[in-house]
Each structure stands twice: as C-alpha cells, then as structure tokens.
Design a protein around this ligand. Structure first.
Ligand code: FEO
Length: 162
C-alpha cells in the first residue's frame, strides 16, 4: 500500500511533468514564430514525452490502488530571449525535475516502499538522458554562434525526431 506521503509526492510529480509539457509547448510556439520549425517540432515531441511521464505516474498510482489528485497547472512562460536562452531554461528546468525525482526516491527509501523505489528508477535514468541531450544541443548552439547555415542544418536535423 502506498503511504500518504508517497501518494502526495507522486501526485506533485504528475503536476510537474504536465507543467513541463506546457512549458515546452510554449517554447515550441516561440520557435515556430522564429521560423525554426525543426526546433519547434522537437519541443512539441518533448512536450508529448512529458505528458507521457505524467501518465506513467498516473497509471502507477492507480495500479497500486492509490488515488490521483490532479492539481492546477501553472501558466508557463511565453516570452523568451533567443534560442540559447530557451535551451538554458530547459536545462535548468530539467535539473529541478531531476532533483524532484530524487526526492521521490528519498521519500520511498524513508517509507521502505521498495515498489516505488524500483518504479522511480526509470525516471532517474530518463533524467540523466534528458539532461545530456539538452546539454549537447546547448554546446552545439554555442559553437555555431551566429552561423545561420549551421542553425538551418541543426533545425533540419531536429525536425527528423519522431
Ligand atoms: Fe519528465 Fe523532462 O522530465
């Protein structure tokens, strides 16, 4: 049985994942405004992934005979200052999500909840991968600087994500 503390922290995590989806959709719209359709499409898929993460937690609570409490999703930022700034924001956001997932693991340890501990492992691994992917995009954006051809090629490459 999932304790009240674990239930609460998992419901908070659902909200954070859905918020991440909202934030990335907002960024996707911004990229579209800039004419960077590949970046826009990549962020839209990232948003979809975040919603899937939220649903994974949602399904877990139900499977464990616990209950889901959907909370209000806050309004994401919608004014951004350029591509690198967007990806730096994503990186900072993902670091907060990693911290949050680690808190779930710590709470599960404290509650001796081995099932949740094992379940949350998937999220920890996912966070390592996400942080790395974002960092790699930032590195390349910094390297290319104002080179518009490089940016065009990167946009094209990101548009291939399925
Ligand atoms: Fe599902 Fe990017 O955290």
């Amino acid at each position: 049985m999932i304790s009240e503390k674990i239930n609460e922290i998992l419901n908070e995590q659902i909200n954070k994942e859905f918020y991440s989806g909202y934030l990335y959709l907002s960024m996707s719209a911004y990229m579209k405004e800039l004419g960077l359709f590949g970046f826009s499409s990549w962020l839209r898929l990232q948003a979809k992934e975040e919603v899937e993460h939220g649903l994974k937690l949602f399904d877990y609570l139900i499977e464990r005979n616990s209950f889901v409490t959907l909370k209000q999703i806050k309004t994401p930022e919608f004014e951004f200052q350029g591509i690198i700034s967007v990806f730096n924001k994503i990186y900072e956001h993902e670091k907060c999500i990693t911290e949050s997932v680690m808190k779930v693991a710590k709470a599960a340890e404290e509650e001796c909840d081995r099932t949740t501990l094992s379940f949350i492992d998937w999220f920890i691994n996912e966070q390592i991968e996400e942080e790395q992917n974002i960092k790699n995009i930032i590195k390349r954006l910094e390297l290319f600087g104002d080179d518009k051809v490089a940016l065009y090629l990167m946009d094209k490459e990101l548009s291939e994500r399925v």
